[in-house]
Design a protein around this ligand. Structure first.
Ligand code: ATP
Length: 319
């Protein structure tokens, strides 16, 4: 392997720049060229490249987002788009690829492998932590830290006014951000799609709420009830509550990566280069029990469950 192409794809997540730094550093140490491909699969199709310089990237490790930019690509979903991407790789003598993204990005690489024989390694980059084969995805820890910092602020005002707050957090159809954040801010209730519980218990709790304190409900955007409907149900059972809805939204995707995400980025980036050099391909680098671990793309699926221990904590604290 002489020339690795690197791109970020799908949703951005804090820590992506740290990965790029690590890849550039590991490539340099092994005498390999590393080229950044801008805007995910779009840049792969169009040959939209930029150089990855370690001396520049080391100043960006602390920055959220991705300097390569990211995108979703309709063209790559079509065989024509993938053929064009293959041509671009050949013309530019790129003989290996590292993709940082979610399960969709890895499905894209699997489809690409049907026509392209160069090796690919994937790195799980999404705030949702919804990918099997790794305990943590890149950006999850930062997103949780952003969420708790903001919920702590909401608590200050909620307590001053004795208000009920419904706080909606990101995660798509995964409740990981909500359960982790809700537990550590001392939420009165946490609603996540994986729990399979209805919200009746919550209404009972709100019914007897005495309006003499804050009452914080953390709800995952993937939970079927949704913030608005939940708020109206609460008003139905207790019309005296002073209720507000806060959607944290995209603020959870931005900001400086946490120490954990920077370290994860460094470890994943170096491991991806090493795995390519070891002759591995079509696998995702992950971290299980603090050990680097490889999972074939075919086995990387969206996780829809929280483990038993988290479920127990949810029962104990979020009810
Ligand atoms: P996130 O979890 O942040 O959304 P993701 O990688 O899952 O990240 P997707 O939009 O699902 O994000 O996938 C990224 C891109 O991968 C898509 O825009 C598309 O170009 C490509 N892709 C996904 N699935 C396929 C597929 N089956 N065939 C070809 N390309 C695909």
């Amino acid at each position: 392997i002489k020339h690795i192409g690197v791109f970020t794809s799908g949703g951005d997540s804090p820590g992506m720049n740290a990965v790029l730094y690590a890849i550039a550093k590991a490539a340099e140490a092994n005498g390999i060229k590393a080229t950044g491909i801008r805007k995910g699969y779009e840049g792969l199709i169009d040959g939209d490249f930029m150089s990855l310089e370690t001396h520049q990237l080391q100043k960006l490790v602390h920055k959220g987002g991705t300097i390569l930019k990211t995108a979703r690509s309709k063209r790559f979903m079509e065989l024509e788009g993938r053929k064009k991407a293959l041509q671009t790789l050949k013309i530019n003598n790129i003989d290996a690829l590292i993709a940082i993204g979610g399960d969709g990005t890895f499905r894209g690489l699997l489809a690409f492998s049907e026509i392209c024989d160069i090796p690919f390694i994937g790195i799980p980059g999404t705030i949702d932590n919804d990918i099997s084969g790794t305990d943590y995805t890149l950006g999850f820890d930062s997103a949780v830290n952003t969420a708790i910092e903001n919920i702590d602020k909401i608590r200050d005002t909620a307590e001053s006014h004795n208000r009920v707050f419904v706080i909606e957090l990101m995660g798509r159809d995964s409740g990981y951000i909500a359960i982790h954040s809700g537990l550590v801010v001392g939420a009165d209730a946490i609603l996540i799609p994986e729990s399979g519980r209805d919200f009746i218990y919550l209404l009972d709790k709100v019914k007897s709420y005495d309006s003499e304190d804050a009452f914080l409900i953390v709800v995952s955007e993937g939970d079927e009830i949704g913030a608005e409907l939940l708020a109206s149900k609460i008003n139905e059972v207790n019309s005296s509550v002073d209720l507000r809805i806060t959607r944290l939204g995209h603020v959870q995707r931005g900001g400086n990566p946490s120490a954990l995400d920077r370290m994860l980025g460094i470890r994943f980036g170096v491991a991806a280069v090493e795995q390519l050099l070891n002759g591995n391909k079509n696998k995702m680098v992950g971290l299980l029990n603090n050990e680097l671990y490889l999972t074939p793309f075919e086995e990387v699926v969206k996780q829809h469950q929280v483990n038993d221990e988290l479920q127990k904590l949810l029962e104990l604290f979020g009810k």
